[in-house]
Write a protein that binds this ligand. Structure first.
Ligand code: PLP
Length: 492
């Protein structure tokens, strides 16, 4: 970029020629960034506070040239990034953006629509309906589901629980929950492996942590259905009102899949809402031979899925599919005079279905992604990720120094090093293996060549390798396997 640059005009936005020039340069910058990303360390190699120490504490009095700003992006911001788009990012749930997704975000920022009412963005409102119906079809969900976009799965699931609560007909919207002697304890049920966002949603909705009951899981980390049934019966005997079950399809630690089809009759027996948190795994249902993971959802009440997790959609975009939009609307719709419109009875307005008024035009990027890759293209990429994860798992299984820690239904491998170590007891050996595996993980991450994360399963530190990035190939999976073995050799 050139050294000298123009600052902002006295009034109005950037000069249009400048905009054009920087627009082109920035797209080139992004293309280079993605092309050369493998030369960068996956994990930001800075210490806490390093970036803040390099930034002025006060805002600039006068505007600065774009050249200077972009130079600082290179100099200061990029080194402080953990590169989620790096193909050797295998931590958490490896997720990635894609070219059509980036274009979608760019256009959405240009349009800057606040899609609160149909008329404030007919395009966003109608495209959202159509695109989510496409995604529903691709996932094999039945036509009884209508989708609505939120930012994250945490928020999608919280809204599902709010709709379920509205369904208990206890006038909570009107009278609240505090100070009411007539209100029994309302309870939500999840497995011990459910994501913490469900608990946060329950807290946010004023149900309290006591309003959540965690059900044990079986040896494969799936909700124990018998224990669920017993817990609900017990709570009912104690005068509680069980009103919602949240099953997880693709838990965060292991991607285990709760037996939704077996949970259904329990929920139906007690007239409870069944929400399915498929934030991660739901996207895999676009692969025809993996559709079975959503088995049972034909009788669930709502399903959350995050295209920003495994459908190459830039953060953020979560979808709640719900059969009872009327309850969601009843829980949240509040239309003051200044938001009334002549067409309001004929159209859907996003703000009626949640706590947000203004909503980003998120459907645009998903629409562009689905059109660009097509159903087949999306399925092929997810199928390949599953193949790569299986390949990695086969190396773990064949090696005497490593072991699998959980089944592999999709593309998240849970494993750990388990070389022969002398120890006075099994507990002592297990403790030493925890220390070893943590050291291996930090060792690999410190190379900057790959990034892994961990969890604890049955009290054992477990490494997680998640394959989900659109740029990840077999080469990257082989490389991380070599890095892991190098660390093992160094440490044992
Ligand atoms: N549910 C599950 C199963 C998850 O794995 C996660 C995140 O990893 C979430 C919910 C929360 O996702 P979000 O960041 O979209 O709120």
């Amino acid at each position: 970029m050139e050294a000298e640059g123009k600052v902002a005009p006295v009034l109005g936005d950037m000069d249009k020629e400048e905009f054009r020039r920087f627009g082109h340069e920035l797209i080139d910058w992004i293309a280079d960034y993605l092309e050369q990303i493998e030369d960068r360390p996956v994990l930001a190699q800075i210490e806490p506070g390093d970036l803040k120490a390099q930034l002025p504490v006060a805002p600039p009095e006068k505007g600065e040239a774009m050249e200077e700003i972009i130079r600082d992006v290179d100099r200061l911001i990029v080194p402080a990034l953990t590169h989620w788009s790096h193909p050797s990012f295998f931590a958490y749930f490896a997720t990635s953006t894609s070219a059509p997704g980036i274009f979608g975000e760019l256009l959405s920022a240009a349009f800057d629509n606040k899609a609160m009412l149909w008329r404030t963005s007919p395009a966003s409102t109608e495209l959202e309906e159509v695109t989510l119906d496409w995604l529903r079809q691709m996932m094999g969900l039945d036509a009884g589901y209508t989708g609505i976009i939120y930012d994250t799965a945490s928020v999608s699931s919280m809204h599902a629980i709010a709709a379920a609560r509205e369904g208990v007909e206890m006038r909570i919207r009107e009278e609240g929950m505090s100070g009411r002697k007539d209100l029994p304890l309302l309870r939500v049920y999840v497995s011990e492996q459910a994501h913490s966002s469900i608990e946060k949603g329950v807290i946010t909705l004023g149900l309290g942590q006591k309003g959540l009951r965690k059900i044990p899981t079986d040896s494969e980390f799936r909700m124990d259905v018998k224990a669920l049934a017993e817990a609900i019966e017990e709570d009912k005997r104690n005068g509680y009102v069980p009103f919602c079950i949240v099953a997880t399809v693709g838990t965060t630690s292991t991607s285990s899949i709760d037996p939704v089809a077996e949970i259904i009759p329990i929920g139906e027996k007690h007239a409870m809402w069944l929400h399915v948190d498929a934030a991660y795994a739901g996207s895999a249902a676009v692969v025809p031979e993996l559709r079975h993971i959503l088995k049972g959802c034909e009788r669930a009440d709502s399903v959350a899925v995050n295209p920003h997790k495994w459908l190459f959609t830039p953060f953020d975009l979560s979808v709640l599919y719900c059969r009872h939009l009327d309850l969601l609307r009843r829980a949240f719709s509040l239309v003051p005079e200044y938001l009334r419109t002549p067409e309001q009875e004929q159209v859907r307005s996003g703000s009626d279905y949640g706590i947000q008024l203004g909503r980003r035009f998120r459907a645009l990027k998903l629409w562009m992604i689905i059109r660009y890759f097509g159903h087949e293209g999306l399925a092929a990429r997810i199928r390949e990720h599953c193949r790569l994860a299986k390949l990695f798992a086969s190396w773990v299984e064949e090696s005497p120094d490593w072991e699998m820690m959980a089944p592999l239904p999709l593309a998240l491998v849970c494993f750990r090093a388990s070389p022969r170590i002398e120890a006075e007891s099994e507990a002592a050996r297990s403790g030493r293996l925890d220390v070893l595996n943590e050291a291996i993980m930090h060792g690999v991450n410190a190379t900057g060549k790959a990034l892994l994360s961990h969890t604890k399963l049955n009290d054992k530190l477990t490494l997680r390798l998640s394959v989900g990035n659109i740029r990840t190939t077999e080469k990257h999976v082989r490389q991380v396997w070599e890095l892991l073995n190098e660390q093992l050799r160094l440490l044992v």
